[in-house]
Design a protein around this ligand. Structure first.
Ligand code: PA5
Length: 452
C-alpha cells in the first residue's frame, strides 16, 4: 500500500490491505486519467462549474482585499455577526470557524473574546431557533452577512427579512445599510436586485463555483475572517493543494488515490462512507464534507452515502452497528497529529481503575482510542483509510478542503455522473415554492395539492 506525505496532509491506506490489492488501484489508472482530462480540460459534465479548481491562485485580489476590510469593520462595530445561508452558503464557513477556534469560544462573554461571535441563521425554517438566536444577540451591536447564490432560497430569505427589520429598527435605514453584507450572484437573483436597490456592500459567488465548492470565495472568507481566521493562510494551504493534487498519475496524487479507492470499495458493495473524527471541533467539517460528497455524488440512482462518526462519542451509540452490523460501509478517519492543547490526567490516590493512565496526556489516550477502534473495525470487516493533518490551522484546513474537493470531482467522474449539479435540491425547492403558493408556480401548486 502507498503512503504519501505532503507538508501537512498525509493520506494513508495501509489498513485497506485486507480489502483492496495494489493491482486494483493500478487497474484504475486509465479511468483516472480520463477523469483527470475531463476535469482539467473541461470536457466533462458540469465543466462550467469547475472554477473552484483555481480559486486559491486566481481569486479576485480586489474582492479579497474588500473581504478583509469588511471583516475589520465588522470586528470594530459589532459584537455579533449573523451569517444567513443554507447548504453550500454556510457549511464551509461554519466548519472553518469551528476548526480554527476553541470549541466553547462562541459561549465566552464579549470581553473574553477577541473577535465577534458568529451565529448562523437561515439554515432551517424553525421559528423557535430564530427567536432563540435573537434572544442571544440581545441588545448587542450586530451585523448581518446574507449569503445566497441564487438569491431565491426560502430559508435565508425569511431570516434576512427578520434581521433586516431588526437592524432598521435598531440603527435606522441608513445605519442598517452599514451593517448588511450581501454575498450573491454577480448578475442575477432577487438578492442581487435588492442589494443594488438598497446599496448594500456586495460580494460575489463566482458563476463557475457551485455552493458546496464556494468556501474559498466570499461565501466562506468573510465569516471566517470576521471570526479571526487568517484567510491568507487558508488560501495558501489550498494553493499548496492545487499543486499537490494536480498530477494525473495515481502514485503521485493522494487525492486521486482517495477517489480511486472509494470507487473500488463502492464497486465491492461498500456503499456508505463514514468520515470519522475524534474531536468536537471537527464535527462541522464532517457536515461540510457530507454535503460536498452527497450533493456531488448522489444522483442517477448511484453514489456513496456520506455519513459521519463523531468518536469516541458515537462509539457509544452506533459503534455496535459499525463493528457488527451490515457490512456495507467503510471509514475515512480525519485526524490531527498535534492537539491544539492538552490535558494531563491527574495523579491521585483514587480507586477508579485509572492508575495506569495517570500522568499521561489525554491526546495520547484519544489517539490510542482511534488506533484501537480502527483495528477493531478493520477486523470487523470495515475498510479504513486515514487523512491526517499535522496541525489544526488555516494552512492545513485549506489543504484539506482542496483535497476533498478534487477527490470528489474525480470520484464523480469515475462513477459516471456530473459531480457539479444538484437537480435533487432544486426539486424540493420547486415543490416548496409550489405548496407555499409562490407566483409562477400555480400549475405545480394544483398538482401537488391533489397528492397530499
Ligand atoms: O451547494 C449547493 O449548491 C446548495 O447546497 C446551495 O448552496 C443551497 O441550496 C443554497 O442555495 P443558495 O446559495 O442559492 O441560497
Amino acid at each position: 500500500m502507498l503512503i504519501l506525505n505532503n507538508a501537512t496532509l498525509t493520506f494513508e491506506t495501509q489498513q485497506l490491505a485486507p480489502f483492496v490489492s495494489n493491482i486494483e488501484l493500478t487497474m484504475l489508472q486509465p479511468m483516472v486519467t480520463v477523469a483527470d482530462t475531463m476535469l482539467r480540460q473541461g470536457t466533462g459534465a458540469g465543466a462550467a462549474y469547475t472554477d473552484w479548481l483555481h480559486l486559491p491562485t486566481e481569486y479576485d485580489k480586489n474582492e479579497f482585499a474588500r473581504i478583509q476590510a469588511a471583516a475589520k469593520k465588522i470586528q470594530a462595530n459589532s459584537k455579533v455577526l449573523v451569517v444567513i445561508g443554507i447548504g453550500g452558503s454556510y457549511l464551509g464557513a461554519r466548519a472553518a470557524i469551528d476548526f480554527l477556534n476553541e470549541y466553547f469560544n462562541n459561549y465566552l462573554p464579549d470581553e473574553q473574546r477577541d473577535f465577534p461571535q458568529v451565529l448562523f441563521a437561515g439554515n432551517s425554517i424553525a421559528p423557535a431557533y430564530l427567536n432563540s438566536l435573537i434572544k442571544v444577540i440581545g441588545d448587542r451591536d450586530f451585523s448581518v452577512n446574507v449569503i445566497s447564490k441564487s438569491g431565491t432560497t426560502t430559508e435565508p430569505a425569511i431570516a434576512f427579512r427578520v434581521f433586516k427589520q431588526m437592524l432598521e429598527d435598531k440603527y435606522g435605514v441608513d445605519g442598517a445599510h452599514d451593517r448588511i453584507y450581501v454575498t450573491t450572484d454577480a448578475k442575477r437573483g432577487a438578492l442581487k436586485t435588492l442589494a443594488d436597490a438598497e446599496g448594500y456592500e456586495r460580494f460575489v459567488v463566482p458563476d463557475g463555483v457551485g455552493g458546496r465548492f464556494s468556501v474559498l470565495t466570499a461565501v466562506g472568507l468573510l465569516p471566517i475572517a470576521t471570526a479571526g481566521g487568517d484567510i491568507e493562510q487558508l488560501t495558501a494551504g489550498a494553493a499548496a493543494g492545487e499543486v499537490a493534487y494536480a498530477d494525473a498519475d495515481l502514485t503521485k496524487n493522494p487525492a486521486y488515490q482517495y477517489a480511486a479507492y472509494r470507487n473500488i470499495l463502492y464497486r465491492k458493495g461498500y456503499t456508505t462512507e463514514l468520515l470519522i473524527n475524534y474531536d468536537p471541533t471537527l464535527v462541522q467539517f464532517g457536515e461540510w464534507w457530507k454535503q460536498l460528497q452527497g450533493e456531488s455524488e448522489g444522483k442517477d440512482g448511484k453514489g456513496i452515502f456520506p455519513a459521519t462518526g463523531n468518536f469516541s462519542t458515537d462509539l457509544h451509540s452506533f459503534g455496535q452497528y459499525i463493528q457488527d452490523g451490515r457490512r456495507n460501509m467503510f471509514e475515512t478517519l480525519f485526524r490531527i497529529t498535534e492537539p491544539v492543547s492538552d490535558v494531563v490526567i491527574p495523579e491521585m490516590d483514587a480507586d477508579d481503575g485509572l492508575g495506569y493512565l495517570q500522568g499521561e496526556k489525554m491526546s495520547y489516550v484519544n489517539r490510542t482510542a482511534s488506533e484501537g477502534t480502527l483495528l477493531a473495525h478493520v477486523d470487523g470487516g470495515v475498510p479504513n483509510m486515514i487523512v491526517e493533518l499535522n496541525k489544526q490551522d488555516e494552512f492545513g484546513l485549506g489543504q484539506a478542503i482542496y483535497f476533498f474537493e478534487v477527490a470528489v470531482a474525480i470520484s464523480g467522474y469515475l462513477n459516471g455522473i456530473n459531480p457539479f449539479d444538484q437537480p435533487g435540491v432544486e426539486a424540493y425547492k420547486r415543490n416548496m415554492f409550489g405548496l407555499l403558493g409562490k407566483p409562477g408556480y400555480e400549475e405545480l401548486t394544483a398538482q401537488l395539492k391533489i397528492r397530499l
